[in-house]
Design a protein around this ligand. Structure first.
Ligand code: T1G
Length: 697
């Protein structure tokens, strides 16, 4: 009997304890252990079997690391059928997160008990697949079709009390899973409870599956798995037999398992768990952080302070005047009120934070005792240098001095202090208390324990932290500049901003580049263009003036009600601004450009290829450690569609040779913008992929 499942006999009850840390994933050893356990219990005359998980959770699903490898017996669907068919009474005791194949094993048992903190769910759609071991056939028989469709197409985790209401679990009892499980089995044996095979329960009433399919597909914005799951549940109602329904589920599951969408989502799952693991930080302890300082109470500063306060960290917020400090407190109070509204914060905690955890200050002296300071003042180098000169004077020895700059040279800022080893970039994304991404910008002299402190803070603030080197725009904004420029080039060559936005939202982006510019504020792009022109642009670089004209007329997007789109108060989204196309036509005419038609495919291909090419440079220069760091950055900070895995995963799935040949073709029309990244050329020459670099770590 493999150690992945331990066997013991308590009287007439055989106990199978899964022991496969960290999350009792149903890898082959666990599956073999369960099968052997059931067979042994039957052969040794047990009356009942209890299955539970040791450690932090019941089975959290199939072992994702086995996907894409040759499957090994016993397969999970047949194991579940075998458990269900056992003549013994089989009971599951759930704690932690009983997810995916884990819940499917539990549903194949005859009874289920859970501890109050347990959660159950079938999150397979989040991996681009569907439940593949009976979840779409057994769950509807217990909960009815509507509830099953909700759980399966959303992939959400269901708390124990709701699971009891739905009938997914039969009892909720507090205690150790083994103990409450044993007590429940004895109770069932004492009352001579019958075996209950869920697969033998009556077929539930159907719903209008076609309209459910259409609405789920629409909601998925191109992701297929939730909609395919509807067809699997439909089979539960329409198949001749339970076995036929299982077969249909498996068919749909296998198709999705080999799909690019599932490869993209599984990559995203693994990448977001790997991005925080840096070999150079192994055995490096972060510095202790018990209180932080935030300089600047504008949108970013207030958001950063809110994120820290919500994580339980006391904050000293420094502003230049009392009025500004009070305004900052109001912004923070607004953010916190939003958290109360979303049920993320109690009113008591809300009040406690504002009364006891947030300290306002107008003098740098107030920062002398904090462990870490984050500067979020106006994005101007001279102002930053002034702030860090002051911080160097007042902050205690060992304090971490962080800048929230989104572009500026962190080395230059660090050089303003006598302790550049304590300086780091912590680049939050707006709104900072909502957006998950945190770029941790490591300057040339930043000490390893300061980097470790940045990651520890990121974890405490529930951020997804990505290490970035110093360059103009670090990882995310640098790549954004390039694919955004590509969009401008296509506009100059004849594609309308509205066609481009539509093509990219159809591709899966939450918003197209021009709608994003309106959201962020056209004045930011304008300032950037002016800065680049002032610094002197390469004469071969293409430039456009149509957006400048919009800004000169005071149209900065959503915040002024007009930009590329016109925004009516209270209405979601905007309608195209009729003034824009004439500005573009005038710009083209002035540059002697003859506009041409673009297909949506070509728009997406050029936009994505520009993104990939710049990303390859960012990895090639070591600004990003691994390709997965870029993917996580774009997924969490730039609305990249998760089911495509990120730009470099997308490139691998497309085939790098094809991506490179496109760049070479397009360089014939513009050899300045379309210069292949050396890393991309190298990978193609060596027949390797970005995933190979991820694996190399
Ligand atoms: N397989 C393998 N490893 C897994 C895993 C899994 N299913 N789930 C988690 N891990 C690893 C993870 O990579 C990390 O490793 C460590 O466990 C801790 O995870 C037929 C086919 C369970 C809620 O989708 O949602 O069943 O980084 O950092 O925040 O229908 O992990 O330490 O090396 O995330 O506390 C369905 C996926 C599979 C659940 C815990 N199940 N996991 O969250 O810790 S498909 C899922 C999670 C399936 C069947 C189909 C979460 C968690 P490392 P963590 P956490």
């Amino acid at each position: 009997m493999s150690q992945a499942v331990e066997y013991e006999c308590i009287g007439e009850i055989a106990v199978l304890a899964a022991n496969n840390p960290p999350v009792n994933a149903l890898g082959v050893d666990v599956r073999r252990g369960l099968l052997a356990g059931i067979e042994r219990a039957e052969s040794e005359g047990a009356k009942a079997v209890l299955i539970y998980g040791k450690g932090r959770t019941f089975f959290a699903g199939a072992d994702i690391r086995e996907f894409g490898k040759p499957p090994l017996e016993p397969f999970l669907p047949s194991l579940c059928n075998r458990i269900e068919a056992s003549p013994l009474l089989v009971v599951a005791a759930l704690h932690g997160t009983a997810l995916g194949g884990g819940l499917e094993v539990a549903l194949s048992c005859h009874y289920r008990i859970a501890v109050p903190s347990a959660k159950v769910g079938l999150p397979e759609v989040k991996l681009g697949i569907i439940p593949g071991a009976g979840g779409t056939q057994r769950l509807p028989r217990i909960t009815g079709v509507e509830a099953a469709l909700d759980v399966i197409t959303t992939g959400r985790q269901v708390q124990a009390d709701e699971a009891l209401e739905l009938g997914v679990v039969d009892k909720v009892e507090d205690g150790e899973p083994r103990d409450v499980g044993l007590a429940y089995v004895r109770e069932l044996l004492d009352m001579d409870a019958p075996r209950r095979a869920v697969g033998e329960l009556p077929v539930p009433d159907p719903v209008d599956f076609d309209s459910v399919y259409d609405s789920v597909l629409k909601k998925g914005r191109g992701q297929l798995s939730p909609a395919v799951a509807v067809r699997a549940v439909q089979a539960c109602c329409e198949a001749e037999s339970f076995a036929d329904g299982m077969a249909r589920e498996r068919e749909l599951f296998q198709d999705l398992l080999v799909s690019d969408q599932s490869k993209g989502l599984r990559h995203a799952f693994a990448a977001e768990r790997t991005v925080g693991k840096l070999p150079e930080l192994k055995d490096v302890d972060p510095r202790m952080v018990h209180q932080i300082g935030v300089i600047g109470g504008g949108t970013m500063g207030a958001g950063i302070a809110t994120a820290a306060l919500l994580s339980g960290l006391p904050v000293v917020l420094l502003e230049m005047s009392n009025e500004a400090a009070i305004a900052a407190k109001e912004r923070i109070a607004g953010n916190l009120a939003g958290a109360v509204k979303r049920g993320k914060l109690s009113t008591e905690d809300h009040d406690d934070i504002l009364e006891n955890k947030l300290e306002l200050a107008t003098g740098y002296g107030a920062l002398s005792g904090v462990d870490l300071v984050i500067e979020a003042v106006f994005e101007d180098m001279a102002v930053k240098k002034q702030v860090f000169t002051q911080l160097d004077e007042v902050c205690k020895k060992g304090a971490v001095l962080a800048t929230n700059t989104s572009y500026l040279d962190v080395n230059e800022i660090a050089a303003m202090t006598s302790r550049p080893e304590d300086v780091i970039g912590l680049h939050f994304f707006s709104p900072a208390h909502v957006m998950k991404l945190l770029e941790i910008v490591v300057a040339d002299k930043t000490a390893p324990d300061v980097v470790a402190t940045g990651f520890a803070l990121g974890q405490r603030l529930r951020k997804v932290s990505v290490r970035a080197g110093v360059c103009d725009g670090f990882i995310g904004n640098r790549i954004l500049n390039t694919y955004r420029a590509c969009a401008d080039h296509m506009v100059l060559d004849g594609a309308s901003p509205y066609q481009i936005d539509k093509a990219l939202t159809d591709f899966g982006f939450a918003m197209g580049p021009f709608a994003v510019s309106d959201l962020a504020g056209l004045d930011i792009g304008w300032a950037g263009r002016k800065r680049r022109r002032a610094e002197g642009m390469d004469p071969r670089a293409r430039d456009s003036s149509y957006a400048d004209k919009l800004c000169e007329d005071g149209h900065f997007g959503q915040k002024t009600g007009k930009g590329y789109y016109i925004y009516e108060k209270g209405k979601r989204g905007g309608v195209p601004n009729p003034d824009v196309m004439p500005l573009i036509e005038a710009d083209c005419a002035a540059q002697g450009i003859t506009p041409r038609d673009f297909s949506d495919e070509e728009i997406v291909r050029r936009y994505m290829t520009a993104m990939v090419n710049e990303a390859a440079r960012v990895v090639g220069e070591g600004i990003a450690r691994r390709p997965l760091d870029v993917d996580v950055t774009l997924l969490y900070g730039y609305g990249f569609p998760r089911y495509r895995g990120g730009p470099l995963k997308w490139a691998d799935l497309q085939g790098l040779a094809g991506v490179l040949s496109d760049i070479r073709n397009w360089s014939e029309e513009d050899d300045y913008f379309w210069q292949p990244a050396p890393l991309l050329e190298q990978l193609v020459a060596e027949g390797r992929t970005f995933e190979d670099l991820n694996k190399a770590g």
